[in-house]
Design a protein around this ligand. Structure first.
Ligand code: B3K
Ligand code: ZN
Length: 885
C-alpha cells in the first residue's frame, strides 16, 4: 500500500536509464516464514547518457535490506538512502558490482505480484513492476540483463525448482534442502524473470524445429491434474509450427516450460522459457472443461508462446509501448486461432467482444489511446484498448499492406530489433521501410483515444451509371482532451446487384475494375468514392470482415439487411446484417416497453432466423452465431441512456417469441445434434465445437417454452453427456428455467460431483451468478459463504462477483442500488488484499454515464464511498479518481 500521493507518469518524460545491468546473479533461499534474495548486479554507466556519475536509484518495495556491498565494500547506513520505493547510492566508477541481500514474505503476499505462494508452491509474477518486490533493481523494460538464478529450498516440499533459461546444475545440501541453478543466455528485462518451486509433476514432449534441433517441452502441474495437460501440449506444438510457417520464427532455448498455478491475477505470463499460467488456461479435458475453455487454452498457450518473439526477443522500451507486444501478439494469436478453427466464427467472436467491451471502455472515464501518454498505475493499462484495439491496429496495417507486405515488415522488425527494447514507432517504421510507404497519418490510431464514427451515404446516377459513397468520419472527445484528426480507415467493401452478386469495382479514373471486394482508405474527414459502370442501383456491403474498429452507420432498411444476410459473400457481414436487423427490431421493442405499449415482434426477424435454421449448407457455428441476439451489454453500449429493465424485457420477449414460433425447427435441430453428440466421443475440434454450439443455443431457446419435453431433454443431456460443454449448458438452462426442484437437484449433484475441482466449481458459481431471475444479489451473497469460495483466489472472485456485475445486468443494476453497494464493499475489501483484482472489479461502476439520473447518483455515491474508504492502492485510486473527475 502506498504512503505517498500517487504520481502521474508521462510518456513525454521518458529518459534512457542512467545505468545498465549486464549480468544479474540471483540466489533465492526459500523458507516457510520468509525468503532471502541475494542479488549480484554487474553494472555500468549507460554510455548513451554521457559522462559523469549521477546517483544510482534502484526500485524496491516491501523489501527488508539485510546487507549491501559496492565492489565488495560493505556499505554502512549513511552510504545509501532508503525510502518506500527506492534505494539510492553513489557509484564511484563507471563499472561496478552491487551485492544486496533482502528478506521478503512470499507466504503472506496476497497481491500475487512479485514472489508469492499459490497453494503449496512458490511462483512469481513480475510484469509490469513486480520484480521490485523481489530485490532492488532497475525495474524497467529497457534495462536488459543476462540472468543466472539459483533456487534453494527444502527437498521434500519443493522437489521441483525452476527458473528461466537452461538448467546448468543442481544437487542436495546436507540440511534436507537442495539447489538448482538456471542460466538464461538471452538478455531480458526483469519483468520476464520467473521462479517456481513446488511438488509438481510434468508431462513431457518434444518439438523438432524446422532447422532440425529438438526442443524439450514440459507442462508442470499439481499431481492431481496430470491428466489434463494433453490439450495444452497439442496447442503448444501447433503454435510452434504455426509461428515457423507464418512468421518464420523458431524457438531459441533447448527447453520450454509451462507451469499451472491456481492463484493468478490474469490468464498467463510469457516469462522467458518458463511461462506461468493460470490453471484455467492450461487444464482441459472433455469431462471438466467446456469447448470455450478448450479454445481459450489453445489461444492463451499460443499467445504466450508467440510472445517469445513479439515481446521477449524484441521487447518494449517503456510501459507506454505495451501494445507493441500485446496488440501484435493478440493479432498473432487471433490469426492462429482463425487458421486452426473457423476464421469467420473467430472474427465474429472477437468483433462482438471488442464492440461490447472495448467500445464501452473507449467511451468511459478510463478511455486512453492504444499508446497512452500518461498513467498512475501501469497495471490499470492491461486493457481491452491496449490488447484488442491494439490488435485491430496491427490488423489494419496488414489490410493496408497485404499479407506479403506485412510479412516483409515483420521480418524486418524482428531482424532489426532483435535483443532491443523498442517503441510502437519502431514497429511502424519497419513496416514503412519494408514496403516503401508512409504511415504517418495512420499512426494516429496509436495516439488518439475514442471510437471513430463513420457515417456513410450513397447516391446513384442512373444516367451516368455511377454510384457514389460518401464517408464522414468523426471521433468523440475523450478525457485526455486530445484534438481528434482524421484517421486512416481501411474500408473493405463490395457492391451487390439485385441477384446478390458482387459487382466488379471500378472507381472513376481507373482503367479497369479491380476485383469485386476491395479496400478503400478513408483518410479525410469527408471523402467520396465514385464507382462507374454501375447499371442499376446496388446494395453496398461495407466494412467487410470488420476492416476497421469504427462505428459504421448506413441507412439500411430491414429488407436490405435480410438480403445481405442471405447473399453477402463476406461471412462476417452476413452475420453483421443479422445483428443490425436484430438491433433495429430490439430497439423498437425497447421503445414499446418504455411507452408501456404491447410488445410486437417484427416478423421479419422470425423469418430471417427461420431461413438461417433451415439452411443446411451454413456452417453450424455460423447458424449458432446468427441465432444469438445481441447481448444486453451490447445493447447497453449502443444506447444513449441505457434502460436496463426495458432492454432485458425486450430481449427476453424476442427470445420467447422466436422460441415459440420456431419451436419445431429448433427441436429438430436439437434432436439431430444431440443424437450425434450421444454417439460420438468428445473431440476438441472446430466441427465438433460447431455442432455443440448450435445444439446448446437451440436448447436455451427451447427451454423458454417451458414444455415438459424440453425439461426431459435437458435432464437427459445433463445426466447422460460425456463432456462439460453439454453438461454445463444443461445446467445453465435449468438454472434459468422455471423448474425449481430440478434446478436445485442439478446444482447439488453437480457440486457434489465436482467439489474437488476448483475450475469446475468456478463454472458452477458463474452459472448461478449470471442467472437473471429475480433475487440475484441474495444468491450471490449466499454463494460467497460456500466452502469453495474465497476472496483470495482471483478466479473465484471473477467467477462469482465478476459474472454478477458484468453479466447479470438486471440484478446488478437493481434500482435500489443494492448491487452497487455490494460491489463497492467488495472493492474496498479487495483493495487491501489484491489491488489489481480490486481495480478490475471496479469497471462496471465506472460506466455510470450510461444510466439514468437516479442510477448515476447511486453509482457515483459508491465510487465516492470507495474513494473515502481509507488507504487506497494506486490501482483503485486511479480508477476511482478518474471516474469521478
Ligand atoms: N503479459 C502478461 C500480462 C501481465 C499483466 C500484469 N499486470 C500476459 C499476456 O498478455 O500475455
Ligand atoms: Zn500478452
Amino acid at each position: 500500500m502506498r504512503t505517498e500521493q500517487p504520481q502521474v507518469i508521462y510518456l513525454k518524460d521518458y529518459q534512457a536509464p542512467e545505468y545498465l545491468i549486464d549480468e544479474t546473479h540471483l540466489t533465492f533461499e526459500l523458507f516457510e516464514d520468509h525468503s532471502l534474495v541475494h542479488a549480484q548486479l554487474v553494472m555500468r554507466r549507460n554510455p548513451a547518457r554521457g559522462a559523469g556519475l549521477p546517483p544510482l536509484v534502484l526500485d524496491g518495495q516491501q523489501l527488508e535490506l539485510l546487507s549491501i556491498a559496492l565492489d565488495d565494500q560493505v556499505l554502512a547506513a549513511g552510504d545509501y538512502q532508503l525510502d518506500d520505493s527506492h534505494l539510492t547510492l553513489q557509484p564511484k566508477s563507471e563499472r561496478f558490482t552491487l551485492d544486496t541481500s533482502v528478506r521478503i514474505h512470499p507466504e503472506s503476499n496476497t497481491a500475487l505480484e512479485g514472489l508469492y505462494k499459490s497453494g503449496g508452491m512458490f511462483c512469481t509474477q513480475c510484469e509490469a513492476e513486480g520484480f521490485r518486490k523481489i530485490t532492488y533493481y532497475l525495474d524497467r523494460p529497457d534495462v536488459m540483463s543476462a540472468f543466472t538464478t539459483t533456487v534453494i529450498a527444502e527437498q521434500h516440499r519443493y522437489p521441483v525448482l525452476l527458473s528461466n533459461g537452461n538448467p546448468v546444475g543442481s544437487g542436495p545440501q546436507e540440511d534436507g534442502r537442495h539447489w538448482a541453478t538456471w542460466e538464461d543466455p538471452f538478455k531480458k528485462p526483469a519483468y520476464l524473470f520467473a521462479l517456481v518451486a513446488g511438488d509438481l509433476w510434468c508431462v513431457e514432449d518434444k518439438f523438432t524445429r524446422q532447422s532440425g534441433r529438438d526442443v524439450t517441452l514440459r507442462i508442470y502441474v499439481e499431481p492431481e491434474n496430470i491428466d489434463k495437460c494433453q490439450h495444452a501440449m497439442t496447442s503448444l506444438k501447433k503454435s510452434m509450427r504455426w509461428d515457423e510457417e507464418v512468421y518464420g520464427r523458431e524457438y531459441d532455448l533447448d527447453i520450454f516450460m509451462i507451469v499451472a498455478v491456481n492463484d493468478f491475477n490474469m490468464g498467463a505470463m510469457e516469462n522467458k522459457g518458463l511461462n506461468i499460467f493460470n490453471s484455467s488456461c492450461v487444464l482441459a479435458r472433455a469431462e471438466t472443461a467446456t469447448d470455450a475453455a478448450h479454445q481459450r487454452v489453445e489461444a492463451v498457450v499460443a499467445h504466450e508462446y508467440f510472445h517469445n518473439w513479439s515481446g521477449n526477443r524484441v521487447t518494449c522500451r517503456d510501459w507506454f509501448q505495451l501494445s507493441l507486444k500485446e496488440g501484435f501478439t493478440v493479432f498473432r494469436d487471433a490469426e492462429f486461432s482463425a487458421d486452426v478453427n473457423s476464421r469467420t466464427v473467430k472474427r465474429i467472436e472477437d468483433v462482438a467482444y471488442l464492440r461490447t467491451h472495448q467500445f464501452a471502455e473507449d467511451a468511459g472515464p478510463m478511455a486512453h489511446a492504444v499508446r497512452p501518454d500518461s498513467f498512475i498505475e501501469i497495471s490499470n493499462f492491461y486493457t481491452l484498448t491496449v490488447y484488442e484495439k491494439g490488435s485491430e491496429v496491427v490488423r489494419m496495417v496488414r489490410t493496408l499492406l497485404g499479407a506479403e507486405g506485412f510479412r516483409k515488415g515483420s521480418d524486418l522488425y524482428f531482424e532489426r530489433h532483435d535483443g532491443q527494447a523498442v517503441t510502437c514507432d519502431d514497429f511502424i517504421k519497419a513496416m514503412e521501410d519494408a514496403n516503401g510507404v508512409d504511415l504517418t497519418q495512420f499512426k494516429r490510431w496509436y495516439s488518439q483515444a475514442g471510437t471513430p464514427r463513420l457515417a456513410v451515404s450513397e447516391s446513384w446516377d442512373g444516367a451516368a451509371g455511377t454510384y457514389s459513397l460518401t464517408f464522414r468520419q468523426s471521433c468523440p472527445q475523450t478525457p485526455d482532451k486530445v484534438e481528434k484528426l482524421p484517421f486512416v480507415i481501411p474500408v473493405e467493401l463490395g457492391l451487390l446487384d439485385a441477384q446478390g452478386n458482387d459487382l466488379p469495382l471500378r472507381l472513376q479514373g481507373e482503367d479497369a475494375a479491380v476485383g469485386t471486394s476491395r479496400v478503400l482508405s478513408v483518410i479525410e474527414a469527408e471523402q467520396t468514392f465514385i464507382f462507374v459502370d454501375i447499371a442499376a442501383k446496388p446494395l453496398p456491403s461495407l466494412l467487410r470482415g470488420f476492416s476497421a474498429p469504427v462505428k459504421l452507420s448506413f441507412p439500411y432498411d430491414r429488407d436490405q439487411l435480410m438480403f445481405l444476410m442471405q447473399h453477402d459473400t463476406d461471412g462476417f457481414n452476413r452475420w453483421e446484417a443479422g445483428q443490425q436487423l436484430s438491433v433495429q427490431v430490439l430497439q423498437e421493442l425497447i421503445g414499446q416497453q418504455q411507452k408501456g405499449q404491447t410488445l410486437v415482434l417484427d416478423q421479419r426477424l422470425v423469418s430471417a432466423l427461420d431461413s438461417v435454421l433451415g439452411n443446411d449448407s451454413l456452417d453450424q457455428a455460423m447458424v449458432a452465431e446468427m441465432l444469438s441476439l445481441p447481448s444486453e451489454a451490447y445493447l447497453t453500449e449502443i444506447s444513449e441512456v441505457a434502460d436496463v429493465d426495458a432492454i432485458h424485457a425486450a430481449r427476453e420477449f424476442a427470445r420467447r417469441q422466436l422460441a415459440e414460433q420456431l419451436f419445431d425447427k429448433l427441436l429438430a435441430r436439437y434432436q439431430a445434434n444431440r443424437e450425434i453428440s450421444r454417439n460420438t466421443a468428445y473431440v476438441a475440434e472446430a466441427e465438433h465445437f460447431a455442432r455443440r454450439s448450435l445444439q446448446n443455443i437451440v436448447l436455451s431457446y427451447l427451454m423458454l417454452s417451458g414444455k415438459p419435453e424440453v425439461l426431459a431433454a435437458t435432464l437427459e443431456q445433463f445426466d447422460a453427456c460425456d463432456n462439460m460443454t453439454e453438461r454445463l449448458t444443461a445446467l445453465a438452462v435449468l438454472v434459468n428455467s422455471p423448474f425449481e426442484a430440478e434446478r436445485a437437484k442439478a446444482l447439488e449433484a453437480f457440486a457434489e460431483h465436482f467439489k474437488d475441482n476448483p475450475l469446475v466449481m468456478d463454472q458452477w458459481f458463474s452459472v448461478q451468478a449470471a442467472s437473471t431471475l429475480p433475487g440475484g444479489l441474495a444468491r450471490v451473497r449466499k454463494l460467497m459463504e460456500h466452502p469453495a469460495f474465497t476472496m483470495k483466489n482471483p478466479n473465484k472472485v471473477r467467477a462469482l462477483i465478476g459474472a454478477f456485475a458484468g453479466q447479470n445486468l438486471v440484478n446488478f443494476h437493481a434500482a435500489d442500488g443494492s448491487g452497487y453497494r455490494f460491489l463497492a464493499d467488495i472493492v474496498i475489501e479487495l483493495n487491501a488484499l489484491n489491488p489489481q483484482i480490486a481495480s478490475r472489479q471496479l469497471a462496471p461502476l465506472t460506466r455510470w454515464r450510461k444510466y439514468d439520473a437516479a442510477r448515476q447518483a447511486l453509482m457515483k455515491g459508491e465510487l465516492q464511498r470507495i474513494r473515502d474508504s481509507g488507504q487506497l492502492s494506486s490501482d483503485v485510486f486511479e480508477v476511482v479518481s478518474k471516474s469521478l473527475a
